[in-house]
Ligand binder design. Structure first.
Ligand SMILES: *[C@@H]1O[C@H](CO)[C@@H](O)[C@H](O)[C@H]1NC(C)=O
Ligand SMILES: *[C@@H]1O[C@H](CO)[C@@H](O)[C@H](O)[C@H]1NC(C)=O
Ligand SMILES: *[C@@H]1O[C@H](CO)[C@@H](O)[C@H](O)[C@H]1NC(C)=O
Ligand SMILES: *[C@@H]1O[C@H](CO)[C@@H](O)[C@H](O)[C@H]1NC(C)=O
Ligand SMILES: *[C@@H]1O[C@H](CO)[C@@H](O)[C@H](O)[C@H]1NC(C)=O
Ligand SMILES: *[C@@H]1O[C@H](CO)[C@@H](O)[C@H](O)[C@H]1NC(C)=O
Ligand SMILES: *[C@@H]1O[C@H](CO)[C@@H](O)[C@H](O)[C@H]1NC(C)=O
Ligand SMILES: *[C@@H]1O[C@H](CO)[C@@H](O)[C@H](O)[C@H]1NC(C)=O
Ligand SMILES: *[C@@H]1O[C@H](CO)[C@@H](O)[C@H](O)[C@H]1NC(C)=O
Ligand SMILES: *[C@@H]1O[C@H](CO)[C@@H](O)[C@H](O)[C@H]1NC(C)=O
Length: 568
């Protein structure tokens, strides 16, 4: 509870209280305080007013008498007495510590009587101070404004000349603070004006005057605890949120749309609009809710929010505008909902994985269908590219095969002389040189071989597993040599065809092993009947893949052409 001291302060606070109560219970308002408290510093004078007489219910003609607590004799009216009553006031000039206690004032009019008790407490100064903290007057000023410190409750202390004596001011019991140019004594008032109030101005201000009574001087002092209330600089309200931004929300999610405005004034009410109408008209499920929150330094946040309980497609289509009106101006900021961006990292990882997968898949597909793709390309694109091979060679391939012996199971003759020409020459239009078919009798085998190999783009070597049947090497080492040199010198590509799986290549010449390792070998899987073989089987595709691309024309054209040329 805040202690007050001095008569006037007490009255003032009671008046405030009564001012509120008087409307309801005017008769009891005189009992504002049951026992009213008065304070005074020891050695200082005080004049106490009877609380009753401040009320207008009293008749003008009345007698007021002061009594010490429990005493039947009235306090003396002798002006020289230290304690006396004069003009309805109870005077202590000055008060001493023993004066603390209860006093009664008795009011009597013709047919009315009333009595009031007051409690006087005489204080000593706090240690080392010029005041007692229990009897401070609290006053407030606001920063940045002109503040005023009033020395209260001095009205009773006029000099004999009816002048208000000069008042001296102290801050924290020290004089001299008025040297600050911001502080000025107010003319004709017991007050100090503070310009451009700052927090540094808070503190304990003591005003003191010298009261002369009956030729004796007494100090009368009042101490004011000054509080400085910080007032914000005059600021224009502004949006904290939204800031014309977008927010990513999932379809169907719950969103609270907040609009916050910061300002130094209360009572600013932001409101939401969308599509030029209020949000709750736009969608009945939206409910606006206003809130306000005070911040330190007199700032406030005014806000209005509404919930979108389930975001629908239409909510993404519009901007939500928050408005507030300040002065005669309307301020606007909006927020827009947008679909959340896909997780970009996941996207990249996913994309990378798919890309790698795609590359592998493509390579895989290419490996499987490489031959078909190349052949298809040759068939379909080559004619249009018009690229002519001009290497001055006569034959597409030189065919080398082991001549059948009686002991041989393998019909290498049939393969080399029938099946191979049937497919490669007749169907595919290649020109082959087959030793034993195309050489003229009597020609030297070595020179023929050497010459023809050089005139060929490929060498097809037909292999059979049985060494006994295998006469490429056996007796014809010259031919082998020629072939070998041709291969090495001219880089002619060799196509190995084995008619049956050959388990052991160790018996084969080194050049064969080398070629097999480098280019692989194509194994014949068909029979040796002389029925027609299709160039479209896997085996022939492999062979055709190894063969040079034909110069021009489609398969069918060549087929006809070669038929005409080669088949008599
Ligand atoms: C006031 O007077 C009453 C009765 O005379 C007495 O009982 C009481 O102690 C007194 N109080 C004070 C504070 O003097
Ligand atoms: C007030 O006191 C005076 C003298 O003591 C007396 O004459 C007068 O009648 C009193 N007035 C009232 C209202 O009691
Ligand atoms: C006092 O009482 C008389 C009669 O009892 C009445 O006429 C008069 O108005 C009263 N005066 C006051 C001040 O109440
Ligand atoms: C009078 O006031 C003093 C100081 O506030 C307090 O200690 C005391 O109890 C009061 N006396 C009565 C009777 O209320
Ligand atoms: C108060 O502050 C204003 C602006 O800061 C300045 O112009 C003025 O001189 C100050 N007044 C005093 C008395 O210092
Ligand atoms: C005012 O006085 C009180 C003691 O009554 C003290 O605690 C306080 O610090 C003083 N205020 C200032 C600002 O010095
Ligand atoms: C009044 O107070 C001043 C200092 O505050 C002191 O010097 C002076 O003696 C006091 N006067 C009396 C009469 O107590
Ligand atoms: C809006 O203000 C309220 C109250 O100060 C606060 O709780 C909320 O987080 C603020 N919202 C935004 C988006 O700033
Ligand atoms: C709006 O959302 C808040 C936070 O989820 C919730 O507390 C509040 O009840 C909701 N209000 C309405 C009207 O749905
Ligand atoms: C936000 O948008 C509103 C209306 O489109 C506009 O008046 C305002 O200046 C914008 N605010 C900012 C900070 O861009």
């Amino acid at each position: 509870m805040e202690k007050t001291s001095g008569l006037q302060q007490n009255m003032a606070s009671r008046f405030l209280l009564i001012g509120h109560l008087i409307v309801l219970i005017p008769l009891f308002s005189a009992e504002g305080c049951v026992i009213c408290d008065y304070f005074v510093l020891v050695g200082e004078p005080i004049a106490i007013t009877c609380p009753i007489i401040t009320l207008p219910v009293l008749h003008s003609d009345y007698n007021l008498t002061w009594y010490k607590n429990g005493s039947a004799t009235a306090v003396t009216t002798e002006r020289n007495a230290r304690i006396h009553q004069r003009a309805g006031l109870l005077w202590f000039i000055p008060a001493v510590l023993e004066d603390s206690g209860l006093y009664e004032c008795n009011v009597r009019s013709l047919n009315h009587s009333n009595k009031k008790t007051i409690n006087l407490t005489v204080f000593k100064n706090d240690n080392g101070l010029c005041f007692n903290g229990k009897m401070k007057f609290e006053q407030k000023v606001t920063s940045t404004n002109i503040g005023k410190i009033i020395c209260p409750d001095l009205e009773q202390f006029k000099n004999e000349e009816n002048n208000q004596p000069e008042v001296h001011w102290y801050k924290e019991c020290k004089p001299g603070f008025l040297e600050d140019k911001r502080l000025l004594l107010a003319e004709g008032e017991n007050a100090v004006l503070i310009h451009n109030v700052t927090v540094q101005d808070r503190g304990n201000y003591t005003c003191q005057m010298v009261y002369t009574y009956m030729g004796k001087q007494f100090n009368v002092s009042r101490t004011i605890g000054l509080e400085v209330k910080e007032k914000p600089l005059q600021m224009q309200p502004e949006f904290i949120y939204p800031r014309n931004n977008t927010v990513a929300v999932e379809l169907g999610s719950h969103v609270v749309m907040e609009c916050n405005v910061s300002s130094g004034i209360n009572g600013l009410i932001p409101f939401w609009q969308v599509n030029d109408e209020d949000v709750d008209i736009f969608d009945e499920t939206y409910r606006e809710q206003f809130y306000e929150e005070g911040l330190p330094h007199g700032l406030a946040v005014s806000g209005t929010k509404f919930n979108i309980s389930k975001v629908t497609v239409k909510d993404y289509a519009h901007k939500f505008f928050c408005h507030f009106i300040y002065g005669s101006q309307q301020f606007t900021a909006y927020i827009k909902l947008e679909y959340p961006a896909r997780n970009i990292q996941g996207y990249l990882i996913g994309g990378g994985v798919s890309l790698v997968f795609l590359v592998f898949f493509t390579l895989f597909i290419y490996k499987i269908f490489k031959i078909d793709i190349v052949l298809w390309y040759r068939d379909s694109c080559h004619p249009f590219l018009g690229k002519k091979v001009s290497d001055e060679k006569i034959y597409d391939a030189y065919v080398l095969y082991p001549k059948n012996r009686a002991s041989c199971l393998y019909s290498s003759d049939i393969f080399a002389l029938k099946i191979l020409p049937e497919v490669l020459e007749r169907q595919c239009g290649y020109k082959l040189f087959i030793l034993g078919r195309d050489d003229l009798p009597g020609e030297a085998v070595i020179s023929v071989a050497d010459e023809k190999i050089r005139q060929s783009r490929r060498v097809i070597i037909v292999l059979v597993p049985e060494p006994s049947c295998y006469n490429i090497l056996e007796n014809e080492s010259e031919k082998q040599l020629a072939m070998h040199s041709a291969l090495i010198q001219d880089g002619i590509k060799v196509i190995l065809i084995e008619l049956e799986k050959i388990q052991d290549y160790a018996t084969m010449p080194e050049s064969i092993r080398y070629i097999k390792q480098k280019h692989g070998v194509i194994r014949w899987k068909g029979d040796f009947s002389e029925r027609s073989h299709s160039a479209r089987t896997r085996f022939w595709k492999k062979v055709r893949y190894q063969m040079p691309s034909r110069k021009s024309g489609s398969l069918s054209q060549l087929h006809l052409l070669t038929k005409d040329l080669n088949v008599p």
